[in-house]
Design a protein around this ligand. Structure first.
Ligand SMILES: Cc1cc2nc3c(=O)[nH]c(=O)nc-3n(C[C@H](O)[C@H](O)[C@H](O)COP(=O)(O)OP(=O)(O)OC[C@H]3O[C@@H](n4cnc5c(N)ncnc54)[C@H](O)[C@@H]3O)c2cc1C
Length: 493
């Protein structure tokens, strides 16, 4: 008899799980509280403009790469034009100094050494490591549960070139690497590429993916990207129930057997997968009964980050201007997580589908805590004021860098960590899950809970810092695990 899988959440993880489940002969129903697919992979229209709320770089964008094959399995990127940037970002200190993060590593190395010859040794180590990483295929397809002792020698051989890199850089954070540098501007500028608490291998991995043109932007942006995955799921016979918030995961005899929806109705299935936010899954949908010490400890002690963004719809053409800038602010902006001395400006005119001809979208982003914004329900007015204050400050910074936009602003749209939480329930707006310190080593949250049968976890928190590719992969892995449990051979495509 066909078994039924109920999935909570139509983000990339839930959709990916749904697709692989359908392909493997399960009957799948997916419940999503929003009226759209994609979860955090979101974009929205305001007047003439589309504001993209997610993708800056998508690992797996290059046809034929490892993640690209996995994206195609879930129906994404098949005919999508990919926009690659020659310069991933330019950091400008406001006094005329700037640093380009070139995608090409040779170009980047020359540029960095021209700027900071005194840092030749660490710069070359970083670039060499990124070049090595760009040539190595990580073993992605097998879930951790499937690794056996005899897999180790095979993996060792495959990963040999990486060990040298991982050995040193996986044990230090970006901040620790930067402390080795002598050139003050190089130190300051490289600290802006990724949050500095990430392991150095995250920065190296990003540079490696850019170098191999595997971290581009899919034309159309986040929503069409999510829609293509949704379409694949629907074509395989999956069913999505939008505007269907799950209130509780139903448990009987230590096994999950169904979902209670917000509207009071109940649905039953053989398995339940939650691809919704981990905190709300465990504390709300399961009532805090199945917490493990590891998960409790991670929520209590690991750091998170989020951001606030001001999107501008501009009645002017910025297509001849720089696309991705990090600009020094005249006055730092502190949104409860330390001063932002720089703001990230994305001039989306590299994607002509996001604004009408002759118009442009510009986004300005700074890091933000969740707590800074207070509660919008208890103090709506104060929340609105804070949003306006942030918009004023970031518009000033944008106008300073692009003076021609001054009287051309047609739409202003402000997004905060509370916005991410409201639309997807993501814990504290943390859209990359926890920042895992190097001391934690290989960090995955087990996808099953010790005392709860027939229940599985997927999504960004299971494999941080997952981003889109990692979240998608957790959806695939969970179905591989279920197939093995049901003694089925996993069918890929
Ligand atoms: C500003 C921003 C920039 C980003 N940039 C990048 C980038 O450049 N590259 C990259 O790879 N990643 C990026 N990310 C991260 C990436 O978007 C996420 O890591 C990824 O989308 C997480 O997917 P997920 O499926 O695990 O979770 P989610 O997308 O959070 O999906 C969970 C889904 O569950 C639904 N849900 C929650 N609770 C319930 C409930 N009770 N009932 C029913 N449904 C529920 C939510 O509505 C949501 O649709 C960015 C994110 C943001 C916000």
């Amino acid at each position: 008899m066909t078994k039924k899988i109920l999935i909570v959440g139509a983000g990339v993880a839930g959709l990916s799980a749904g697709i692989h489940a359908c392909r493997n002969g399960y009957d799948v129903e997916l419940y999503e509280m929003h009226n759209l697919p994609g979860g955090l992979c979101a974009a929205w229209a305001r007047k003439d403009y589309t504001f993209d709320g997610c993708i800056h770089w998508l690992i797996g964008s290059r046809s034929g790469s490892q993640f690209n094959r996995l994206w195609r399995e879930v129906g994404a990127l098949k005919e999508t034009k990919i926009i690659d940037h020659e310069i991933f970002m330019t950091i400008e200190d406001g006094s005329g100094k700037s640093l380009n993060i070139y995608s090409d590593l040779d170009h980047l190395q020359t540029h960095l050494l021209e700027m900071a010859p005194e840092d030749e040794i660490p710069v070359k180590q970083m670039i060499d490591a990124a070049k090595t990483m760009s040539k190595v295929n990580m073993p992605l397809e097998k879930p951790d549960e499937f690794f056996r002792i005899w897999d180790i020698p095979v993996m060792m051989i495959k990963m040999m070139p990486l060990f040298k890199v991982l050995g040193r850089f996986s044990r230090i954070t970006v901040a620790e690497f930067l402390a080795e540098l002598k050139n003050p501007f190089l130190k300051e500028a490289l600290a802006l590429v990724l949050p500095i608490d990430y392991t150095m291998t995250s920065l190296i991995g990003t540079l490696a993916s850019l170098h191999s043109s595997d971290a581009g932007f899919p034309e159309g942006g986040s929503l069409p990207f999510a829609r293509s995955i949704e379409q694949c799921f629907l074509e395989l016979g999956g069913r999505i129930h939008y505007n269907s918030k799950v209130k509780q995961i139903l448990v009987r005899d230590n096994g999950a057997y169904g979902l209670l929806l917000d509207n009071g109705s109940e649905v039953q299935g053989d398995y339940v997968i939650s691809a919704a936010d981990l905190h709300s899954t465990l504390y709300d949908l399961l009532g805090g009964k199945y917490l493990t010490p590891r998960i409790k400890d991670s929520f209590a002690n690991l750091s998170l980050y989020s951001s606030a963004q001001v999107n501008l719809g501009l009645n002017t053409d910025l297509s001849s201007e720089a696309k991705k800038l990090v600009v020094r602010l005249d006055h730092p902006i502190d949104l409860g997580c330390g001063p932002n001395r720089y703001a990230y400006l994305t001039n989306y005119s590299f994607d002509p589908t996001l604004a009408p001809t002759g118009k442009s979208v510009l986004a300005a982003m700074v890091y933000s805590s969740y707590e800074y914004w207070g509660s919008p329900t208890s103090n709506r007015e104060r929340y609105r004021e804070k949003k306006e204050q942030l918009a004023d400050k970031l518009i000033k910074a944008a106008v300073k860098r692009f003076p021609t936009i001054k009287d051309k602003i047609e739409v202003v749209d402000v997004v905060t960590p509370l916005t991410y939480n409201r639309y997807t329930a993501v814990w504290k707006g943390a859209y990359m899950a926890w920042i895992v310190p190097p001391s934690a080593g290989r960090f995955n949250i087990p996808r099953t809970l010790p005392d709860l049968k027939s229940f599985y976890l997927a999504g960004q928190w299971v494999s941080p810092p997952a981003g889109l590719p990692g979240s998608m992969l957790t959806g695939r892995h969970v179905i591989q695990v279920i197939c093995r449990k049901d003694k089925k051979r996993f069918i890929k495509i």
